[in-house]
Design a protein around this ligand. Structure first.
Ligand SMILES: C[S@@+](CC[C@H](N)C(=O)[O-])C[C@H]1O[C@@H](n2cnc3c(N)ncnc32)[C@H](O)[C@@H]1O
Length: 195
């Protein structure tokens, strides 16, 4: 058996989102391995407050919602209303999700309440404003990114940002982090409790 085999049931809504994603020309959607990990991680936080930076067309959000319990809430942010409209069409009937169409950094600056989990899937909160994003996590809160292994879909400048980003996360003494050679290359960091 290969650990790469992914014989798991994707969220029911995913097929329809993927069809529209392909028609739209959006090429940055999360892959199933990332989605499966996100879904598993959020299931560990019943009643959790979750944040996705970079909604895209809603692929990651569909996986997140599939792992969340009924008392959990997901905020998802994108500055591109057209991509996000696809996500809204397929997911806004789920009352646990709230869409924000705005710049991710501005959202991070104005948000008040802490989160249990952040999937930082755009530059804001990842390569930029990392401190702002990490500062929003409760003790035990998880910060997850993907796209650390080279992808054809990367925008210009992405590759050069990775070493400094990884180093900044690994240097943090208030977070425990790990890199995972899974899917597009993931990293997660968990805020330590005060000791
Ligand atoms: C990698 S894609 C997100 C994919 C999505 N999370 C998924 O799982 O399929 C990155 C998204 O970030 C959005 N984006 C780019 N710059 C942004 C910014 N400054 N603030 C908010 N969103 C931004 C893009 O419009 C794009 O939809």
């Amino acid at each position: 058996m290969s650990l790469d085999d992914l014989a798991i049931q994707p969220p029911a809504v995913l097929d329809a989102i993927l069809r529209e994603t392909e028609q739209s020309g959006f090429v940055m959607a999360s892959e199933p391995k990332t989605g499966a990990l996100l879904r598993t991680l959020v299931a560990s936080k019943p009643g959790g407050r979750f944040l996705e930076l970079g909604t895209g067309t809603g692929v990651g959000a569909a996986w997140l919602l599939d792992g969340m319990d009924s008392a959990s809430q997901l905020d998802t942010v994108d500055n591109n209303a057209d991509w996000q409209e696809i996500a809204r069409r397929h997911l806004s009937n789920d009352l646990r999700i709230k869409f924000h169409t705005e710049d991710g950094a501005e959202f991070l600056r104005r948000v008040q309440q802490p989160y249990d989990f952040i999937f930082a899937d755009t530059w804001a909160g990842k390569f930029e404003n990392l401190e702002l994003a990490l500062g929003l996590l409760r003790p035990g809160g998880m910060y997850v990114v993907d796209d650390l292994l080279r992808q054809d879909s990367w925008p210009e400048g992405h590759a050069g940002k990775i070493p400094g980003f990884v180093e900044a996360l690994e240097r943090r003494e208030d977070f425990i982090s790990v890199k995972l050679a899974w899917g597009s290359g993931l990293m997660m960091a968990v805020r330590r409790s005060a000791r």
